[in-house]
Design a protein around this ligand. Sequence first.
Ligand code: PMP
Length: 365
Amino acid sequence: MAGPRPRPGILEIEPYVGGKAAVGGGAPAIKLSSNESAIGPSGKARAAYEALAGTLHRYPDGGCTSLRQGLARRFNLDPRQIVCGAGSDELIGLLVKAYAGPGDEVLYSQHGFLMYRLSALAAGAHPVAAPERDLTADVDALLARVTSRTRIVFIANPNNPTGSYLPAGELERLHAGLPPEVLLVIDAAYAEFVDAPDYASGAELAAAHPNVVMTRTFSKLFGLAALRVGWLYGGVAVVDVLNRVRGPFNVSDAAQAAAVAALEDVEHQAAARAHNDRWLPWLAREIAGLGFKVWPSVGNFLLVDFPREAGRDADAANAFLEKHGVIPRQMHAYGLPDSLRISVGLEQENRRLIEVLQEFAGRKG
Ligand code: PMP
């Protein structure tokens, strides 16, 4: 007898596999596989988290009131236009669930963040990938793929895993070319790391247009990936929809408290940025100096290409690094089998990575 069958599309989903945390045998490893904060969270955020241990029997504030107020203060936004989620992953999934279904299309760029495709499949919608130019989203290619069935366009700005971004003018051009009934989601998970003068997080576009939202996260610069806190800023209509479809208590109390404290600790935020500003270019120079192609990145990670030669390719580099206790991220799931993605680590981790890569590069094939 046949058992229950999931909706069409569900079994096409390749479960998302996060970056490895340890190498064989559980030996201590340098984890550069998930674009986490090298320096970790603010001590104040940790203290706020720990202080909540006494009330584990209480439900959290389902409306994330203090957190939304904190975000509103910090980023000069209206708290009624903010909704929080269990990581921005949850918000991405909820947007697709609420705005797209069977027969609808969800559009993103070729090497856009994986969750766009996976969330589309989970909702029964059809994922559509537009080609890129030089691993950067191409506004014309995206607009050319908009059809009467397109419901959502996702753009990660900057994008993971490529590290590239669309300048403000290009984002505006993308929005201007979309019909008003298409939702443009600007995923700005790495916004806090970006210095480029022509960069825009999407907040201004989201403030001006009811069909634009911006998503952000506490998982990257704020160093709270384990706690799963993301947020979305957009028009009240989209926020209202998300409040209908989200779980009633989707962000734990301890996570909310830690996020509020992390927001207030601007010194720690500055330290996290300064660390990245110092080590991202250092790593890019060192790795390029070893003869590998390093793609320009404005995030806290680098995409590195390896030659297609047996023993010297990306899989060989990955195995060599892992054997020496350094864990990068393989990029097969993104259709980039010749590349590895490497997050910025602590000073000694970065130096060790370069030592091991030097050894790999100098080795006979
Ligand atoms: N968007 C992008 C572009 C990301 O790289 C990530 C994390 N890998 C996320 C969203 C999701 O982050 P989180 O769910 O931890 O907020």
